[in-house]
Design a binder for this molecule. Structure first.
Ligand SMILES: [Zn+2]
Length: 417
């Protein structure tokens, strides 16, 4: 199961509008700055950056030119981020912090983008600096709380979020995140930690070393294999994985018993069955590989990947199709009351009964398997990349596979009828 509790803010920060004020030291620089301000006000940030950079080269100490250049970098970075090109956005913002080291605004924006890139360490660094420069900005504190949370430093996250909720109690989404973190913290207090090359693993203190070793070996192998399958996607460390006994798992995640593990930005999985026995290794491997696929899909495709692609890939890459699966799919498609992929996409998977959700997963998996087997894994990597650039899903499918939903539905039905 995959539950994304939130989507980070898009990163459009308030920009101080540029003003054309005479800079000391010569008419020419003023003209260049003014032309830059005109371009900025018309929304032509590329030209504005070019002009402000020229003005800045001539007068690097002018606070007005520096602010204008910084604003232009931030506005252009916002454009890049909206088109899904976070790396270019980050590069411009790093320039902005060089031009105006004491301006917290580009650092907050950087923090938000680094979080979206899963570079939690860089996010923490910039957000802590922003808050040191100007404490009290609720957005900066909320983001820093998020970064600490993602780093699994729950008590530091709580301190940031408590402050934000005190000054701005209307943030209901944050209030829910806070409740969730508080619930997890109460279960995970006293857990041990183990750091492998790529993973930070957290688990109850009395778990035997051999169980811990098995878990890490499964994760490390998934890191290499799934990363390769999806075109060389290797998320930056640490990737957090938290393990529980069965009762603790449901207490921390509030999941029903048919849910075997979750990925909510961290992999969370029980190590035991309801009867207290260790989950057998093949089953643990299947569950952890499934959740690790979500980590990679998130890294490659961002938050806009439709659930059927995400779950379809997770199922397809974590276990072989059984003859039972095949039989159920044939039954489903022959009954001819199969939802279309478009309908499947709009279903809220978390509200389905266990039976309906199993069927929806099977359908999603069959669609992904068909695309993978017919067109190869390179196309799937390409599809994720197009979606990460905020392209609508059907348009991305059309460009990568030359097929819209209707044709995919037809192809899929033909396989099972
Ligand atoms: Zn899943």
């Amino acid at each position: 199961m995959m539950r994304l509790a939130y989507i980070l803010l898009g990163g459009c920060l308030a920009l101080v509008s540029s003003v054309a004020v005479a800079a000391p030291g010569g008419l020419k620089t003023v003209d260049i700055n003014n032309a830059g301000a005109d371009a900025y006000n018309q929304g032509d940030y590329v030209r504005a950056i070019d002009l402000f950079e020229q003005a800045y080269d001539r007068e690097p100490n002018s606070p007005i030119i520096r602010r204008n250049l910084c604003n232009a970098y931030q506005a252009r970075a916002d454009q890049f981020a909206r088109s899904g090109d976070l790396k270019s956005a980050v590069r411009l913002l790093e320039n902005a912090t060089g031009v105006e080291p004491d301006n917290p605004s580009p650092r907050v924006q950087l923090g938000a983008y680094y979080l979206r890139l899963n570079d939690v360490d860089a996010a923490i660094r910039h957000l802590e600096q922003a808050i040191t420069i100007k404490p009290g900005d609720p957005d900066a504190h909320e983001l820093l709380g998020e970064a600490y949370y993602r780093d699994n430093d729950l008590s530091s996250a709580r301190a940031q979020w408590e402050y934000v909720l005190k000054v701005d109690p209307g943030r209901t989404a944050l209030a829910e995140r806070y409740e969730k973190a508080f619930r997890e913290e109460s279960v995970e207090t006293g857990f041990d930690r183990w750091r492998s090359r790529h993973f930070q693993v957290t688990y109850p203190p009395d778990v035997p070393a051999e169980v811990r070793g098995t878990v890490i070996q499964i994760l490390d192998r998934a890191y290499v294999e799934i990363g390769r399958e999806l075109g060389g996607v290797f998320p930056p460390p640490p990737i957090h994985a938290i393990f529980y006994y069965a009762g603790q798992f449901s207490e921390a995640t509030l999941q029903q018993s048919h849910v075997g593990a979750v990925y909510d930005g961290k992999i969370r999985a029980p190590l035991t069955l309801d009867n207290g026995q260790w989950i057998p290794e093949p089953e643990l491997r299947r569950r952890l590989t499934h959740e690790y696929v979500h980590v990679v899909v998130r890294q490659a495709g961002g938050p806009g990947v439709p659930w059927w692609v995400n779950e379809g890939l997770a199922e397809f890459l974590s276990r072989p199709t059984t003859s039972q699966d095949e039989a159920r799919l044939r039954q489903l498609f022959q009954a001819q009351n199969v939802p279309s992929l478009r309908e499947l996409e709009s279903v809220n998977i978390n509200t389905l009964s266990p039976e309906d959700s199993a069927l929806a997963y099977l359908h999603a998996r069959a669609a992904v398997e068909m695309l993978w087997n017919r067109f190869g894994r390179g196309r799937m990597a390409q599809l994720l990349q197009e979606i990460s650039r905020n392209k609508p899903v059907e348009q991305a499918l059309q460009e990568v596979y030359r097929r819209n939903y209707r044709i995919l539905d037809r192809d899929l039905a033909a396989q099972y009828q």
